[in-house]
Design a binder for this molecule. Structure first.
Ligand SMILES: Nc1nc(=O)c2c([nH]1)NC[C@@H]1CN(c3ccc(C(=O)N[C@@H](CCC(=O)O)C(=O)O)cc3)C=[N+]21
Length: 290
């Protein structure tokens, strides 16, 4: 092991402490209790575990949570109706629809039913455009968390070659956009990419977001590369073969304790951002869009 660890746990704890303090202040000054609604469709046990983790962490930070659990047979229309209700509910400030939803549901249509002012998980087209244009706004939580981690470890991004492995709508694709907005040279790779190891070998920064355990091998890496493992495979296993990679990389995120806690910390931070913004625009929460 020669790489230094990029640890998310401590930074995430600091972010959650700050979010909790802001939540308490908002409560005292306005009586508003920041509230995150989570929506889980179907009964995938891993998804249920993640949602529970998000709720527990919210509660500890003094952020209220509302849990909506819908059967796997839920239709797109029914899910859209539920998300529209939450979007119009003045007591809910942030909405998280757990991904993935069952395959018969049009996930994009569901995401777009989330009021952009409450899109604290950064899943709408509105949020994506803001990330792509480098404008302020809610970040997809894992990509946003990754950027905060890279900043905390002073990783140079401008001019660096970042290779993103994976192009999912809330992970790989926005991660690449945020890196591009910070002046990285970004290469997107995915399941149809040919010569993947050769491309990864040219990367200064690798973001692994494919959802395949131990997929990225040590000999795919340029010596001294910065490796961000955004994988969350069964048993807390990342997308990067950690032991091999840590012999070659300069900096690497562990799994667990790397990107995961940053994801949840950003979710809570953005929920408080949303509650603060909505407290100032009580009638039309979607400032500028109403
Ligand atoms: N709309 C949506 N937004 C998401 O952000 C989202 C999602 N859907 N679907 C599922 C993935 C997965 N995800 C994780 C968050 C935290 C950890 C995490 O904190 N993991 C701990 C280990 C787990 C533990 O502590 O037990 C760690 O890495 O240290 C993992 C995975 C968010 N996701």
């Amino acid at each position: 092991m020669t790489a230094e660890l990029m640890i998310g746990t401590d930074l995430a704890a600091e972010m959650v402490t700050n979010a909790a303090a802001r939540a308490a202040k908002l409560r005292e000054s306005t009586g508003i209790q920041p509230c995150l609604a989570t929506v889980l469709v179907g009964d995938d046990p891993a998804s249920a575990t993640y949602v529970r983790m998000k709720q527990n962490r919210s509660k500890k930070a003094g952020i209220g949570s509302r849990s909506v659990v819908l059967p796997a047979s839920t239709t797109t229309d029914e899910l859209v109706a539920e998300l529209t209700n939450l979007s119009n509910d003045p007591e809910v400030h942030g909405i998280l629809l757990q991904h993935p939803v069952p395959s018969h549901i049009d996930e994009r249509a569901a995401f777009e039913a989330i009021n952009p002012a409450k899109d604290v998980d950064g899943v709408t087209m509105h949020a994506f455009a803001a990330m792509a244009f480098g404008e302020p706004g809610f970040r997809s939580c894992t990509p946003g968390g990754i950027m905060r981690l890279l900043e905390a470890y002073d990783v140079p991004i401008r001019g660096a070659h970042a290779v993103v492995i994976g192009r999912s709508p809330i992970l790989g694709k926005p991660a690449g956009m945020l890196l591009l907005a910070s002046d990285a040279t970004v290469t997107y790779t995915h399941s149809r990419t040919t010569n993947l190891p050769e491309i990864v070998r040219t990367a200064d920064i690798v973001v692994a977001a494919v959802g395949k355990a131990n997929f990225v091998r040590g000999d795919w890496l340029k010596p001294g590369a910065v490796v961000v493992d955004a994988g969350y495979n069964e048993g807390n296993v990342g997308d990067v073969h950690f032991e091999e990679a840590s012999e070659v990389a300069r900096l690497i995120t562990p799994v667990p304790g790397g990107v995961g806690p940053m994801t949840i910390a950003l979710l809570l931070e953005q929920t408080v951002d949303a509650a603060e913004a909505q407290s100032e625009t009580a009638v039309h929460p979607v400032a500028g869009l109403a």
